[in-house]
Design a protein around this ligand. Structure first.
Ligand code: GDP
Ligand code: IMO
Ligand code: MG
Length: 456
């Protein structure tokens, strides 16, 4: 069968440490796509969508489910806690979101079981262990079982004998480990089995071979958006290891995590805040403390949407964003939360790193080396005018445009969209961008780096 030329597949990735506003952005882009698919992570993600004053926090189901007719896929690369999935399905149905015929769950996705959470909590608090500051959702231990080839997949939930045996065997091992190493109370196989049978009944009609489904859709000319969770610097290979999550958050994960081959991908767009945040432990070269940190945290409402933890905040970091551009093959960037910077008189941007007298060109591989980096800042004038809710590039204050222009030219990358508030419509598009071409809105024109420069 030949390819229908209308087919498009765009990957949306977090360019920082997560919480960049992917939920808001995917919800906004979703009306341009037939399918929205998650490809990695689990309910460690918290993607906030606010439409018409109503707030939804999606953890497993792609944000596209809230937008018109788009269909939502939970891909094979995701780890699914059926309790969390059922809870999210119930909440969406209670909000009158139709799921039947619109939600598809991969039969090959891994299942999170209660012992994953037990082991993670015990290990995180054990003396002598590096405390990652995880979301305690069992994500890491579940991916460990996947890679150790002892995981349970969604399709296995429907084979009662296999399910019971799997839980009994796994618990024999996990209870012994958790008891011996962490003095944890043992979990009971029978009650877990009963609960998981109930969950399997609730989700059964949504489960299918989603890789085959997406391939069929792509061949039929449909457009597909792959919704990343977490962010580039939390990637298991390329992030600030070991302070990372346990999946491939970068664009490559979009292929393995859905079964769509790399030749199907039309483009990769990154999402970054106009500043930076991080939740949990690990290096953060531009981290701020004190009054400005408090100001940004309050204005940006920087408290974890899943755990409620205060997010660490800092200035935007161009060396790390360049790293994200390279790793994802990113060709367009969306900047969110510009409005959070509105009151600042000047805005430092990290343009490079030094160590003593020498410039550091590469991002170090170790935490120890990362922590020695001294950011080099260039300060740009603030605009001290409200940008909240601005929907036109031309209506942004000159200094705000200069700030965005500076980012685009230093990153040698177009900026395709600027978000100026949490609501769906609070955003300004830049015309003639690659992003718009991938959305099927306009033909690609000159690289918008040049365009932004000319306008700035
Ligand atoms: P995600 O995990 O990348 O989807 O991001 P989160 O939803 O965890 O965190 C982003 C937060 O910023 C949410 O509370 C959003 O409602 C909010 N948000 C997104 N874009 C903007 C924006 O442009 N301005 C402001 N003020 N808030 C935004
Ligand atoms: P979204 O999709 C921000 C962080 C945790 C911790 C590390 C490992 O909303 O951007 P895990 O539970 O995944 O094993 O924790 O990763 N983390 C996130 N930080 N946004 C997220 O998701 C995150 N998901 C995990 O805080 O530091
Ligand atoms: Mg989040």
């Amino acid at each position: 069968m030949s390819r229908n030329l209308a087919s498009r597949c765009v990957i949306v990735v977090g360019a920082q440490w997560g919480d960049e506003g992917k939920g808001k952005v995917v919800d906004l882009l979703a009306s341009h796509f037939d399918w929205i698919a998650r490809y990695q992570g689990g309910h460690n993600a918290g993607h906030t969508v606010i439409t018409g004053g109503r707030k939804h926090i999606l953890q497993l189901i792609p944000c596209g489910i809230l937008s018109g007719s788009a269909r939502a896929v939970i891909g094979n690369g995701v780890v699914i806690d059926p309790a969390a999935l059922v809870q999210e399905m119930d909440a969406l149905e209670a909000a009158n979101v139709q799921l039947e015929g619109r939600l598809f769950v991969s039969n090959r996705a891994q299942v999170i079981l209660p012992y994953h959470r037990m082991l993670e909590l015990a290990a995180e608090n054990a003396p002598g262990r590096i405390k990652i500051g995880t979301t305690s959702r069992g994500i890491g231990p579940s991916y460990e079982d996947k890679m150790g080839r002892r995981g349970l997949r969604i399709a296995d939930l429907f084979d009662a004998d296999l399910l019971r045996t799997h839980i009994e065997n796994a618990l024999r091992e996990k209870n012994a480990i958790a008891g011996a190493l962490y003095q944890a109370q043992p979990l009971d196989a029978g009650s877990i089995y009963e609960r998981y049978v109930d969950y399997s009944r609730r989700i059964r009609s949504y489960v299918t071979d989603t890789a085959a489904l997406l391939d069929q859709a792509w061949r039929a000319g449909d457009s597909i958006l792959l919704e990343g969770a977490q962010g580039t610097l939390l990637d298991i290979d390329h992030g600030t290891y070991p302070f990372v999550t346990s999946s491939s958050t970068t664009a490559g994960g979009g292929c393995t995590g859905t079964g769509l081959g790399p030749t199907r991908v039309s483009g990769v767009v990154g999402v970054s805040k106009a500043y930076a945040t991080r939740v949990g432990g690990g290096p953060f070269p531009t981290e701020l403390e004190g009054e400005i940190a408090e100001h940004l945290r309050e204005r940006g409402n920087e408290f974890g949407s899943v755990t409620g933890r205060p997010r660490r905040v800092g200035w935007i970091d161009l060396p790390l964003l360049r790293y994200a551009v390279r790793l994802n093959g990113m060709e367009s960037l969306i900047i969110t939360k510009l409005d959070v910077l509105d009151q600042l008189a000047e805005i430092p941007v990290c343009v490079g790193y030094r160590r003593g007298q020498s410039a550091v060109e590469e991002i170090p591989a170790t935490v120890a080396e990362m922590e020695k980096l001294e950011p080099v800042y260039e300060s740009l004038p603030g605009w001290q005018t409200s940008t909240a809710g601005v929907t036109q590039w031309a209506e942004l204050p000159r200094a705000a445009r200069a700030y965005l222009d500076f980012l685009a030219s230093r990153l040698e990358l177009e900026i395709g969209l600027i978000s100026t508030g949490p609501e769906r419509n609070e955003a300004a598009w830049l015309p003639h961008t690659k992003l718009q071409a991938w959305l099927g809105v306009t033909a690609p024109a000159k690289a918008s780096v040049e365009r932004v420069k000319a306008k700035g």
